[in-house]
Design a protein around this ligand. Structure first.
Ligand SMILES: [Zn+2]
Ligand SMILES: [Zn+2]
Length: 251
């Protein structure tokens, strides 16, 4: 399974990162639609897209507006937007309100109900509600068959603090992509805003038997190469890196 990290920042774009948007090109799956969504079309081999939204905050949904032109021009034939019902309501009512963006693209809105969501490609997208961020968020796990008859699993968890309630959901995945907006010194801000800081994310990955960890949705105001200050935690979890825009990962 291949995953392209198109946007790896939180809150607002920076010179280094656009906001949350991850593409699984072979499966036509988009996880969140932040400002990096303008990068989807050149990287997408097919003509359909299943978008899964973690929640309705602008840094995760604004890029839905960028899909209007590809749909109108026929470069995209169908876009299904999967999210919690309240997220879809917020997108329809507010993002596509007449004064903000007057044309609602012909999206197929699919409120999450049963888990997992089965896709025609054979991939299954499981989801889990998280309650630690203002308004809540949804974590996703993509399970897809590989060429050898086995399974590959990616979990995407963003806009939450780490509380242990979803360790089973990410257990043993090949790749966990988890938000880490704050370094540990700013843990007070992490709990105040419903975000994560470094050590608990590393410990979650270790305790859940995750194979590989990428930290995403980092603070865009921090332009350092290591905004999570990973160098302070040698030995907690070895196979970890900071996600960067343009990373092309094969698992
Ligand atoms: Zn966010
Ligand atoms: Zn948020």
């Amino acid at each position: 399974m291949r995953i392209l990290l198109l946007g790896t920042g939180g809150y607002h774009p920076s010179e280094r990162r656009h906001t949350a948007c991850l593409l699984l090109p072979e499966l036509g799956i988009l996880l969140d639609a932040g400002t990096a969504t303008f990068r989807v079309m050149p990287a997408l081999p097919g003509r359909t897209l299943d978008v899964f939204l973690s929640h309705a905050h602008l840094d995760h949904v604004v890029g839905l507006t960028y899909l209007l032109a590809p749909l109108a021009l026929g470069e995209l034939e169908a876009v299904r937007v999967h999210a919690a019902p309240e997220t879809l309501d917020a997108v329809r009512t507010h993002l596509f309100s007449q004064p903000l963006f007057p044309v609602l693209p012909p999206f197929d809105f699919r409120p999450l109900d049963a888990s997992p969501v089965q896709l025609a490609s054979g991939a299954a997208v499981a989801w889990r509600r998280l309650d630690n961020h203002p308004g809540g968020s949804i974590a996703y796990r993509v399970d897809a068959p590989d060429d050898d008859g086995g399974m590959r699993r990616i979990a995407y968890v963003t806009d939450t603090t780490v509380d242990g309630s979803y360790a089973d959901f990410v257990q043993g995945v090949n790749l966990l992509i988890h938000e880490c907006y704050f370094p540990d010194d700013e843990h007070g801000w992490a709990s105040k805003t419903g975000h994560s800081h470094t050590r608990p994310v590393l410990e979650l990955a270790r305790d859940a038997g995750v194979r590989r960890l990428l930290l995403t949705h980092v603070d865009p105001r921090n332009a350092n190469a290591d905004p999570a200050e990973l160098s302070r935690f040698p030995g907690v979890f070895a196979d970890v890196a900071i996600a960067e825009d343009g990373m092309d990962v094969q698992i």
